[in-house]
Design a protein around this ligand. Structure first.
Ligand code: APR
Ligand code: ZN
Length: 237
């Protein structure tokens, strides 16, 4: 079986990381126009670096939770049976990788990488990033930014994502409000291709009506149960 899983901030909520659009969420406390756009970075790179440095420290201090580990187990289990898991995340943390998932597609980029705006080279970057840092590839200073996709920018890996979606037997969305495109459109694309669609969320997402089945509750509970049932392992609860 080929399973396409899309995760959002809700899967990392169980690790203590904030979501964006829940009550008191990140965009309720910070203005995305001033922090998550190319224009914001051009206008005040120091403020954008501070925002992402704080989030990077929190993400590195957090640990993967039962939902992340369950998806890593799902990937291994499907591979053993000749199937495949295509894991696409909107999250910029590395909790899927630290839970053991391989080939994670970060369509909104990764907080632990820095991108040079001049030469477009990306490097691993796990410390604070600032305007004084310079690019080892081209030597320029002030051109490094977090390797994350800002509003108005093209997501990463779209050709691979679209190809994997077209091949999937099952589409699963976990912890996403369905508010941001193109990710919010994936369930509709899956439905038009006759693919079964499942949603695991804390509450109804904007796309709830498009899912064949929905399970509401914390992902740390619902996702391990789902994976156990799908792999036929342990007590599916
Ligand atoms: N378990 C399951 N779902 C949860 C949990 C939890 N413990 N906690 C919250 N959720 C759900 C919420 O109900 C909400 O629907 O996760 C969803 C999170 O939605 P958003 O905060 O909008 O996050 P996300 O959908 O990932 O946002 C997409 O928007 O700002 C951009 O780039 C940013 O990648 C992000 C994108
Ligand atoms: Zn450079």
């Amino acid at each position: 079986m080929r399973v396409f899983v899309l995760t959002g901030a809700g899967i990392s909520a169980g690790s203590g990381l904030g979501t964006f659009r829940d009550a008191g969420g990140i965009w309720a406390r910070f203005d995305p126009v001033k922090l998550a756009t190319p224009a914001a970075f051009a206008a005040d790179p120091g403020r954008v670096h501070d925002f992402y440095n704080t989030r990077r420290r929190a993400m590195l201090a957090a640990g993967p939770n039962a939902a992340h580990f369950a998806l890593a187990e799902l990937g291994e289990g499907l591979r053993t049976d000749g199937g495949a898991l295509f894991l696409c995340t909107q999250n910029i943390d590395d909790l899927h990788e630290r839970a053991g998932s391989r080939a994670v597609h970060h369509m909104h980029g990764r907080i632990c990488r820095a991108l040079c705006g001049a030469c477009r080279v990306t490097v691993e970057w796990r410390g604070d990033l600032g305007v004084g840092d310079h690019c080892a590839a081209c030597g320029r200073s002030g051109t490094l930014r977090p390797d994350v996709v800002w509003f108005g920018e093209m997501p990463y890996d779209m050709p691979e994502i679209e190809a994997a979606l077209a091949r999937a037997d099952l589409f699963v969305a976990i912890g996403t409000s369905g508010a941001v495109y193109p990710a919010a459109e994936f369930v509709e694309i899956a439905r038009t291709m006759g693919i079964l669609t499942l949603e695991f969320n804390l509450e109804k997402s904007a796309n709830a009506h498009l899912f064949d089945e929905s399970v509401y509750g914390p992902a740390v509970e619902s996702v391990p149960r789902f994976v156990a049932r799908l792999l036929g392992t342990g007590d599916a609860g």
